[in-house]
Structure formats: structure tokens, C-alpha cells
Design a protein around this ligand. Structure first.
Ligand code: DUC
Ligand code: ZN
Ligand code: ZN
Length: 473
């Protein structure tokens, strides 16, 4: 022990890591874990965690905060409200996206995104990049330089007109990931199929929110997932398929793994807790709240996703928090109007509810082990994006980012959440647990009832190279 003692001791914890669950005290000095052991001497502060599970703070490796959008649309959460909500839901590291505009510079996007985050974040953050215009300068200069500076992951879109790359551009961009050791994340949906289906639906007058799901059936995700896997195989580079929604994409990923390819996969709460019916069973506009891409599927597909979480198909469980207010001209009703589904901003909020949903239904529902919960929500994302072991685990030397869980039943409502969105898609769901305390760098940011703000507490994290080793079989 250091002669000057512990700043904080979390006593009698039932510590869960991705490998084990064990009892000990956690001694914290200077925002880091200094000691794990029994009967530690008194700290300056003490928290008694007797009988409670303590997990690493969550790492939300896929969320969108204050990402520039085409007017009038604007995201509801910036780095202040988004990281506030994250902290109150047990997430202590977020990785949102610095998005290049077509025709713009990737470096400029990063500079702008730093300004948006500066002095506002309550928890630590890193950035993924979004490469939407892989010009020779971006591929040869900007991207390699940014990877070297700690932006070691980037997202490639196969859909959305303002973001998508064609196959040749994807190959060129994947080749940079291979050469410089970055992690390529892929949004896999076939843009041309979606456009063709959307036009047919529009011609038939089928423009209500629920038809968003008809325009993006599983086939379009399956085809793009297969193509992404083939392109990555050609380049011989690992990839991570983001927000996998159901059976058909899962089958492609299992096939790839069976052939020894390094294909990682992410899924999100919406594919476990929502179905296409949440976009509407009639032509009401209410379903715009749950418009996201890929869309939620059905109960059978939810089970496929649960199976993939339990058996190790999925590496990462993220929120894909993309916050738009429902009753707002900058949100789900652009310009104040109920618009055809093509124009509804895609995305749902979930940064605060991600951990409690999976802990409640996954761990306490007996579907996944506590160790796998920790792996999916903290350790694996930290490894995939070069933040481990500083983040994502409970170990000597790691940041003292911890969640002490309260296990008790309550009904979720938006009024208890801390994001700036005027709804939650999970309104009325009964949860069995919620973070009772969140510690970020050894400071209490959430005490189970109150948020303890300190904008600027959150620091930017430069990421190292991805640590995930190839998975065979
Ligand atoms: N889909 C995305 O690809 N990103 C943000 C939200 C969404 O629904
Ligand atoms: Zn996406
Ligand atoms: Zn997203």
C-alpha cells in the first residue's frame, strides 16, 4: 500500500471480470485501481458494496453524439447530455464518430469533433472515424497519420447516399486498415436494394414509418454482410460488422468464422427488445420513434441474437445511440412535419439503458453469464479499439471506472433518464437492475439517485492498435 493510503476503498465487492467472479476490496489511488485484496486499510472515502456485483464501467463503442447532420435535423445529445446519460447508466467510456463529409477532409472532421467534445464530457471518450470520401490524399496521408495519432478504428458505410462507399472504395480503405493495423467497422446494408424497394413502396403510397422495415428486409443486410466478408477476405484484413439485426447476417458471420476469417460482430439492444411492430402496426406516425437501421426484426430473430451473445458469435454489445427528439422540427418530425419514412432521421436513443437491459434480461434472466456480460459490454470493446487494459477491466493499474449494481425490479420510464431525448423506446419495460453507483476515474458520477456533474472530467483517449486476436472456427 502507498504510504499516503487510498483515496477510496470499495469494500466487500463481488468483482466480475470477463474471466472470473471473486470477492475482494478495491483500493483506489489517483483515479486508478491500486490494489485488489482482502481487509484493505481504511481509505479517505469508503463505499460498502457488500453483497453487490461490481463490474467494469461500460465501454459504449458505438454511439453518435453531436454528429453534424443536414439541417434542419440535429442530434439531441451533445457531449454534455450524452455522457451524462452514459454515466447514469453505468457507461464510463464512449466512442462516437468523427464523420468526414464527402468532399471534405477527414482531418478537419476530427478537429471539429474535438471542439464539440472539449470541456463538455463527464466520462472519457475516444473517436472512431467515418470515411465517406476515400480520396488519394485521405488514403495515403490523412488516414495513416490519424491512425498513428490514436484514431485506430473507422466505419465504412455500404448505404446512405451521403456516406456510402462502392466496392472499389471499400477495398482501397480496407487495404489501409490492413497496412496500418486499424479496425474497420462496416455498416452492411445494400444501398441499391433499399432505394429500389423504397421507390416501389412510395409509388404504392406506402410511406408510413412501418414501411421503413419493408424497405430494409434481412436480405439486404445478408447480401451486404456477405459482400463485406468477401471484400475483407480479398484484402486479408479483420473486420467488425456493426449492429447485426438477425438470422441472415448471423449466418453469414458464422460461415466466415467457420472458414477461419477474422470477422467480428456487434449487436445492440434494439435487436433484443424491439420488433418491426414497434415501427407501427398501422400507418400511425408514432412508430417513427423506433426507426433505425437495420430495423428491428421479430421474436424469432431476437432469439437468434440472444444465442449469438451466449455462444460467442458476438464480440461487442453497443447502444448505437443516435438521439433525435420525437416532437421536434430538428428530430423525428423534420421541419415540424410527419414525413415519409425515407426522410425520418434514423436512430434511437439507448446510451443509458444498454447495460441495464442486458444485465436484467441477459444475466438475471439466465441467458448469459456475468463474465460474458462484462466481456461484451466492456472488455471486448476496450480490446477491439485499443483501450485495454486501461479500460474495460478491473485490474491493478486500470482506471477506477466501476459500476456497483442494485438488483431490484422497477418499470423503466423516460422521466428517469438523463439524455436530451423526449422518449425511450423501452418505456414500460420491467428491469431487474440498475447501476447503484458509477465511478469514473475513482469519482462518483452517479449515486443511484443523483448525477454528479463535472463537465470536462472526461478526457480524450488516444487508442492503441486493436488487440483482438484472430478467432478461428
Ligand atoms: N443507423 C445507423 O447506421 N447509424 C445511426 C442510427 C441508425 O439507425
Ligand atoms: Zn450504421
Ligand atoms: Zn450507428
Amino acid at each position: 500500500m502507498r504510504p499516503d493510503g487510498f483515496d477510496l476503498v470499495v469494500r466487500n465487492a463481488r468483482v466480475a471480470t470477463a474471466a472470473d467472479v471473486f470477492g475482494c476490496d478495491i483500493g483506489i489511488v489517483g483515479g486508478r485501481i491500486a490494489t485488489l485484496g482482502d481487509g484493505l486499510p481504511r481509505g479517505e472515502c469508503e463505499i460498502d458494496a457488500a453483497g453487490r456485483i461490481v463490474t467494469p464501467g461500460g465501454v459504449d463503442a458505438h454511439c453518435h453524439l453531436d454528429q453534424p447532420m443536414a439541417p434542419p435535423v440535429r442530434m439531441a445529445d451533445d457531449f454534455d447530455t450524452g455522457t451524462r446519460a452514459a454515466a447514469c447508466g453505468g457507461t464510463t467510456t464512449v466512442i462516437p464518430f468523427a464523420a468526414q463529409h464527402k468532399g471534405g477532409s477527414l482531418r478537419d472532421a476530427v478537429v471539429d469533433y474535438h471542439h464539440r467534445a472539449e470541456g463538455k464530457a463527464h466520462v472519457d471518450y475516444a473517436f472512431h472515424l467515418i470515411v465517406s470520401d476515400p480520396t488519394p490524399t485521405v488514403l495515403a496521408d490523412e488516414l495513416p497519420a490519424l491512425i498513428a495519432e490514436g484514431y485506430t478504428s473507422f466505419k465504412i458505410y455500404m448505404t446512405y447516399d451521403d456516406l456510402k462507399l462502392d466496392d472499389g472504395q471499400i477495398l482501397d480503405t480496407l487495404a489501409v486498415a490492413r497496412q496500418y493495423g486499424a479496425m474497420a467497422m462496416i455498416h452492411a446494408e445494400n444501398a441499391d436494394c433499399i432505394e429500389w424497394l423504397t421507390r416501389k413502396l412510395e409509388a404504392a403510397g406506402r410511406t408510413a414509418p412501418r414501411f421503413h422495415a419493408h424497405a430494409r428486409p434481412m436480405l439486404v443486410e445478408r447480401e451486404a454482410t456477405h459482400r463485406a466478408i468477401a471484400l475483407a477476405e480479398l484484402v486479408d484484413v479483420p473486420i467488425l460488422i456493426v449492429h447485426v439485426s438477425g438470422r441472415e447476417a448471423v449466418e453469414q458471420i458464422r460461415w466466415a468464422r467457420g472458414h477461419g476469417l477474422q470477422v467480428h460482430a456487434e449487436t445492440c439492444p434494439q435487436y433484443l427488445f424491439l420488433t418491426a411492430e414497434d415501427l407501427g402496426i398501422d400507418d400511425s406516425y408514432q412508430g417513427a420513434r423506433c426507426v433505425c437501421s437495420p430495423p428491428p426484426r421479430d421474436k424469432a430473430n431476437q432469439q437468434v441474437i440472444w444465442d449469438g451473445l451466449a455462444d460467442g458469435l458476438f464480440t461487442v454489445f453497443s447502444s448505437d445511440h443516435a438521439p433525435f427528439r420525437y416532437e421536434a422540427p430538428e428530430g423525428k418530425k423534420p421541419g415540424g412535419r410527419e414525413v415519409p419514412f425515407r426522410h425520418i432521421p434514423n436512430g434511437i436513443p439507448g446510451i443509458e439503458t444498454r447495460l441495464a437491459l442486458l444485465y436484467s434480461e441477459g444475466v438475471l434472466g439466465g441467458r448469459i453469464t456475468l463474465e460474458r456480460f462484462v466481456a461484451l459490454t466492456a472488455t471486448n470493446p476496450a480490446k477491439a479499439y485499443g483501450l485495454h487494459p486501461r479500460k474495460g477491466t478491473i485490474a491493478i493499474g486500470s482506471d477506477a471506472d466501476l459500476v456497483i449494481w442494485d438488483e431490484r425490479e422497477f418499470v423503466l420510464g423516460n422521466s428517469r433518464l438523463h439524455h436530451a431525448v423526449d422518449y425511450t423506446p423501452y418505456e414500460g419495460i420491467t428491469l431487474r437492475a440498475w447501476p447503484g453507483v458509477t465511478l469514473a476515474g475513482g469519482e462518483v458520477v452517479w449515486d443511484g439517485e443523483r448525477f454528479h456533474p463535472r463537465a470536462g472530467r472526461g478526457r480524450f483517449l488516444a487508442c492503441a492498435a486493436p488487440m483482438l486476436r484472430p478467432r478461428r472456427g
